[in-house]
Design a protein around this ligand. Structure first.
Ligand SMILES: Nc1ncnc2c1ncn2[C@@H]1O[C@H](COP(=O)(O)OP(=O)(O)OP(=O)(O)O)[C@@H](O)[C@H]1O
Length: 290
């Protein structure tokens, strides 16, 4: 569906994205694009959409008009009623359009139709754009930080709706997000970018195994805990936590038994994208220095 190779984007003599290796995105795949601020995520999306000038290869069998994009900020006519905005953009009569009515129902958006855009909440504004994007029913959809700025519950509900809407569809989805937890149930592959370079690209599960092991046991970072788990394998984690990597059931049991005996709270995970990405970046840095 999309093949990227030897591709770069340069603005005023500064190369902000440089992808040497081959990145292939197949039909029906769900890709999470992650990385720190300025890593090149939006630039990559824009290049694929034909909105950013690039050198090299972006090979795709679908036209730009068959790609839909949902950005973090979308502006509509502030003083116009939402139902007219929808009718105008979709060039249809709302009351007669079954698919639009289904989407409005799906997003519980009916009560917003008579409001004006300026009076919608952040979550309602995002639902409006989701309805307009999903209505297009194109083979490739980009979601670029659609939940940024929304509260936790609204974020969870939106992502759950996106997942449910596309669950049995062939649509390829690329989702840029800083909220790793929301990607965990949605994407099957991760593209990790850092300072315009590809840190890693593969199935999330495979990357987790490579950088974190089979499972991780996460506990609070304090002196007592550090002493107790001193003999186990640790991987990089945010300052406030310790992450113990285990590679089989026996190892895992040993750690968990010890923590239970010592009455220490812990969390077990086999898909923490934040820890995966921290360790992938560290590995990438080491490789780059060699
Ligand atoms: N039109 C442009 N002109 C000049 N520089 C640009 C342009 N668009 C992006 N950049 C630069 O390219 C780099 C990558 O930007 P990009 O928006 O792709 O990052 P990002 O990973 O999406 O970051 P964020 O998470 O902050 O949105 C940044 O240094 C940015 O300043």
């Amino acid at each position: 569906m999309i093949k990227i190779k030897n591709m770069s984007v340069t603005y005023k003599n500064k190369t902000v994205l440089s992808i040497d290796e081959e990145i292939v995105i197949n039909k029906r795949e769900r890709i999470g694009i992650i990385g720190s601020n300025g890593a090149g995520k939006t630039t990559l999306v824009n290049a694929i959409l034909g909105l950013a000038p690039f050198k090299g290869i972006i090979d795709t069998d679908i036209s730009h008009s068959q790609m839909a994009v949902h950005l973090q900020f979308n502006n509509y006519v502030n003083t116009m009623k939402i139902k007219y905005i929808i009718e105008m953009i979709c060039n249809t009569k709302l009351s007669k359009n079954k698919k639009l009515l289904e989407l409005i129902d799906f997003f519980e958006f009916k009560e917003s139709l008579n409001k004006r855009f300026q009076n919608l909440s952040g979550g309602q504004k995002q639902r409006l754009t989701l309805i307009l994007v999903m209505y297009q029913d194109v083979p490739l959809v980009f979601f670029d930080e659609v939940t940024t700025g929304l509260d936790f519950v609204t974020r969870e509900r939106l992502v759950e709706k996106i997942e449910r809407w596309y669950r049995h569809k062939d649509t390829t989805i690329c989702m840029v997000s800083h909220y790793y937890d929301e990607l965990e149930n949605l994407v099957d592959k991760l593209l990790i970018l850092d300072e315009g370079k590809v840190v890693a690209f593969d199935y999330t599960e495979k990357l987790f195994k490579k950088y974190c092991g089979n499972n991780l046991i996460i506990l609070e970072n304090n002196e007592e805990n550090r002493k107790i788990i001193n003999n186990f394998t640790k991987i990089l984690s945010p300052e406030h936590s310790i992450a113990i990597s285990t590679n089989n059931k026996e190892e895992e049991k040993e750690v968990i038994d010890l923590l239970i005996n010592q009455n220490i709270d812990f969390k077990r995970t086999s898909k923490d994208i934040e820890l995966l990405s921290i360790n992938a970046k560290e590995d990438f840095k080491k490789r780059s220095l060699q």
